[in-house]
Structure formats: C-alpha cells, structure tokens
Write a protein that binds this ligand. Structure first.
Ligand SMILES: Nc1ncnc2c1ncn2[C@@H]1O[C@H](COP(=O)(O)OP(=O)(O)OP(=O)(O)O)[C@@H](O)[C@H]1O
Length: 205
C-alpha cells in the first residue's frame, strides 16, 4: 500500500491555492503537512480524500482506501458513544468497536449521548471512528483540536498502532504530536502563482 500524489494542483472557491504538490507515503508511514493558516492544507486533504476534484495531477489510490476526519467530529448527537461507533462499524462492515473504545479511553462514556460529551470527548469519539472504519489510509485535518495533552498522546498512540498494522496517515496539524517518526512536508513552496495578466487594460475593467 502506498499513497502517491503527483503534481497535484488544488483550488478553493474557484481560486487555485496549491500547485505542483508531489509526495509518497508508504505503509507504516505518517506524513504531516505544515504551513501557515490559509495556505491550503485543508483543501489538499479534501482533494486527496476525494471530497473535491483536483485542478490537475494524480492521486494514485482509490478513495475507498481512505478514511477522512475533518474539522467537524462527524458524530450523531442523539446516539450514545457505543451507538455512534457501532453505526460506523456496521457501515464499514468491521464488527467490533472495542479497539476504538480502548484507543481513545471511551469505555467509561459508552452509554452517554454524544451530544452530552465535552468538546475534547467529542473529538476523541470522532477520531475513534477512524479505527472502526478499518481503512488503511487515514486523512486527518487538525485532529488534535480540543484535545488535552493526555488525549493528544492517546491520538499519537492510535496513529502508531495504525502504522504498525500496515496503515498510513496523512495529516495537517499545527502542534507537535510527539510522533517523531512522522515526516513533515512544508506546503509553502507549493503556493499557487497568480495567473499572469495578458490584457493589462482588461484587468482594470
Ligand atoms: N468556501 C471557500 N470559498 C472560497 N475560499 C475559501 C473557502 N474556504 C477556504 N477558502 C480559502 O482557501 C484558502 C485555503 O484554505 P484552507 O482551509 O485549505 O487552508 P489551511 O491551510 O487548511 O488553513 P488553516 O491552517 O487555517 O486551517 C484560504 O485562503 C481560504 O481563505
């Protein structure tokens, strides 16, 4: 299993934000995207995960291999922690939710409606969803928002277990996860250039 991205160009709201992005992530590896606010990390992750089309370039892996966790936690407020995870385990046909509960220390909250969880607990539940998908490629956008230090360590542990099982991870984060083995890709060199103006007068009309 390998995620090969080649010469990818992506846009948000019709405006090109990144171009010429190429990287590979092999089984057992994590790649962290770094760059200032607004540089296009979310846009790139959404494109790789198949949620929006690329302007150009190649993503050499089918989207069925991927599980995506974005800014929202993707949980149903009226369902309990157990019901939320069981729902996704059924959707992905993976069965057991115990490893996900253990990875994010959710056993003590199992019967609580997700809507009654704290922000950090909701985030842990949202990330536990990644475990129950059983998918090999985790695409994660700012996964540690709302997490305290212990929960960040829990998340790093879950990523390590995923990598050790042959999975891979692509993520954007502004904080140090303590995942020293992760490679880092600086997005700044890939900033899309403004299109050249052929018609100088027309640019003012
Ligand atoms: N719905 C939208 N319509 C138009 N432009 C958008 C939209 N959403 C985001 N943008 C713009 O697209 C650019 C890339 O945004 P993106 O969210 O990919 O950046 P980011 O690197 O993930 O930022 P952050 O670190 O703040 O999360 C930014 O300039 C942003 O203002």
């Amino acid at each position: 299993m390998e995620l090969n991205v080649s010469e990818l160009a992506v846009a948000r709201g019709g405006v090109p934000v990144l171009e010429g992005v190429s990287f590979s992530v092999s089984a057992g590896e994590a790649l962290v995207l770094r760059g200032p606010n607004g540089c296009g990390k979310t846009t790139l992750l959404r494109t790789v995960a198949g949620l929006q089309p690329a302007l150009s370039g190649v993503i050499g892996l089918e989207r069925e291999a991927m599980a995506y966790a974005g800014h929202s936690d993707g949980i149903k407020a009226v369902l309990s922690v157990r019901e939320n995870l069981q729902f996704w385990a059924d959707v992905f046909g993976t069965g057991t939710i115990d490893p996900a509960l253990a990875a994010f220390d959710l056993h003590g909250l199992i019967d609580r409606p997700a809507g009654a969880l704290s922000a950090g607990q909701k985030r842990r539940l949202g990330l536990a969803r990644m475990v129950v998908t059983g998918r090999p490629v985790w695409v994660l956008d700012e996964p540690t928002v709302s997490l305290d230090m212990d929960a960040v360590a829990m998340f790093a542990g879950a990523v390590r277990t995923h990598l050790a099982g042959g999975g891979l991870a692509l993520m954007a984060t502004h904080i140090d996860l303590g995942l020293d083995e992760a490679r880092v890709l600086d997005m700044r060199p890939f900033k899309a250039k403004a299109p050249s103006i052929d018609d100088f007068d027309g640019a003012f009309l």
